[in-house]
Structure formats: structure tokens, C-alpha cells
Design a protein around this ligand. Structure first.
Ligand SMILES: Nc1ncnc2c1ncn2[C@@H]1O[C@H](COP(=O)(O)OP(=O)(O)OP(=O)(O)O)[C@@H](O)[C@H]1O
Length: 244
């Protein structure tokens, strides 16, 4: 079966710095994929390349069997790729509901009734009680939920989540994980970059590790995390320390 997303030999450099190094992987429809790696490894850049904020130096991005490599972010959003950003930047002077209405007008969801669709999304993400509040008055958790809601309002088939659990308390993180699990269960495919590994492992079916722009490990999440090479790269535990 054709994958939902296919990256083939994707390269990106900023001057002499290679931040995406021959990245190749498939995302089957319905999968939740986690991406981890040290700071500066090139994870957010990969989202920029998938979402269309950046064009690769070489390589190909295919979505639903179409070559989208040359398409801008707006076209990829209409095609069904939505993204949440590491630092939420809602329209702070607008209400939560208005923020969703704006997002829904950019996507390809083709909602029969956009207001009803936005209402339903806020109910799913737990933000309905805040629908008429200005986005600028929200707490960090609520802003993260709004970021997620705005991405959902575009009607995505693929949701890219960039460190959405960062900065939350343990209880807030747990609540957000439950929301993301429900979104995944509703049929949305997910790629989630996250440093909070236990949150990631509660959702994803597969894990990719990136270091210096390269995929260095890939597979079943717990097997990948148990790989001594991954522990050395990601957690600073050297293979020698473990042997000692
Ligand atoms: N537009 C740009 N111009 C020049 N360098 C950039 C640009 N965007 C990112 N970089 C550099 O590319 C490297 C990878 O950045 P990226 O944000 O993709 O890493 P990351 O893995 O997401 O890191 P973090 O976990 O800290 O968010 C970093 O060294 C960063 O400084």
C-alpha cells in the first residue's frame, strides 16, 4: 500500500552545516511516528521540510502519492499536512474560537459547517470552556491545546507535533497525551518530535532517532530506546559506562 508520506534522500544544508543528511523514510497511513534526537540534530528542520516552510537542497517529499517537494506550505496544508509549533503564536487579540475559524479557512478540510467543526474540535481538545476568551489570556497548557486545535481545524490527515509537551507539569502532560491518543485513534496520522520520551512512548508505534541530520536508529519504540548507541547519543550514557 502506498505510504501517506515518503521522504527520499532529503538533504538540507545551511552554508557548511548539513542539518538533513539523506533522510529517507515512509509513514504508512494511520501510523504515529516519534522523532527524538539531541538539541540541534535537525528535527524541527525536518518538519520545515515536510510542511513546506523550507525546500530541500535535494531529495523528494511525497504526500498521498504526489510529489509535493516544490509546493509551498499553504498548498501542503490544503493537501492535509498540519503542524503545531514548538512555541505557540496564536492571534492573541482574537478569541480561541476565532483563532480556529481562521485556521479552518486555510486548510483543505472543506467543513460543511466551519463553526460546528471548530466547536467539535474545542470539545475534543478540552478548550470549549475557553472558546470566547482572548487567546492571549490562556495558560501555557491551554496555548498548547489551542496550537493543537488550530492544526486540527485545517482538517489534517497528517499532524506534525513539535515538542508540544515541553514545559508542562506531569499532570498536564498526561492530560495532553490522552488528547493526542484520541486524535490518533480517530484516524489522524501523527509525527511527533518530543524530548519527553515517556509521553512519546505512550502514543507512537515507531521511533526514529536523528543525530547530526541523519537517521541513526529506527524501529519499535522500546527496542530503539534500549539500543546502547541511542542511549549514548540521546541520554549521554556511554556504552562503556553501561558495561561497567
Ligand atoms: N534558517 C536557518 N539558518 C541557519 N541555521 C539554521 C536555520 N534553521 C536551523 N538552523 C540550524 O540547524 C541546526 C538544526 O536545527 P533544528 O532546529 O532543526 O534542530 P532541532 O533538532 O529541532 O533542535 P531542538 O531539539 O533544540 O529544537 C541547528 O544548528 C540550527 O542552529
Amino acid at each position: 500500500m502506498e505510504p501517506l508520506l515518503r521522504l527520499t534522500g532529503v538533504n538540507k544544508s545551511f552554508g557548511a552545516l548539513t542539518v538533513s543528511d539523506n533522510v529517507t523514510f515512509d509513514l504508512p497511513k494511520g501510523q504515529a511516528l516519534g522523532i527524538i534526537g539531541p538539541n540541534g540534530a535537525g528535527k524541527s528542520t525536518l518538519f520545515n521540510l515536510i510542511g513546506g516552510a523550507l525546500a530541500p537542497s535535494s531529495g523528494m517529499v511525497m504526500f498521498k502519492g504526489q510529489d509535493v517537494t516544490a509546493q509551498p506550505a499553504s498548498a501542503r496544508c490544503r493537501a492535509g499536512i498540519a503542524r503545531s509549533f514548538q512555541i505557540p503564536h496564536p492571534f492573541v487579540g482574537m478569541t480561541v474560537f476565532e483563532n480556529l475559524l481562521v485556521a479552518s479557512s486555510f486548510g483543505g478540510a472543506g467543513h460543511h459547517d466551519a463553526r460546528e467543526a471548530c466547536h467539535d474540535i474545542l470539545e475534543r481538545t478540552g478548550l470549549l470552556p475557553k472558546a470566547n476568551r482572548p487567546a492571549g489570556s490562556l495558560t501555557l497548557l491551554e496555548r498548547k491545546r489551542l496550537e493543537l486545535s488550530r492544526a486540527l481545524a485545517t482538517g489534517p490527515e497528517l499532524l506534525l507535533l513539535d515538542e508540544i509537551a515541553g514545559g508542562l507539569t506531569e499532570a498536564e502532560c498526561h492530560a495532553l497525551v490522552e488528547t493526542i491518543q484520541a486524535i490518533h485513534a480517530s484516524g489522524v496520522s501523527i509525527i511527533w518530535i518530543e524530548h519527553i520520551v515517556h509521553a512519546l512512548l505512550a502514543v507512537v508505534d515507531r521511533l526514529i532517532v536523528i543525530d547530526f541530520g541523519k537517521i541513526v536508529a529506527e524501529g519499535a519504540p522500546r527496542a530503539v530506546m534500549a539500543d546502547p548507541m541511542v542511549q549514548e547519543i540521546y541520554m549521554g550514557i556511554s556504552v562503556d559506562d553501561q558495561a561497567a
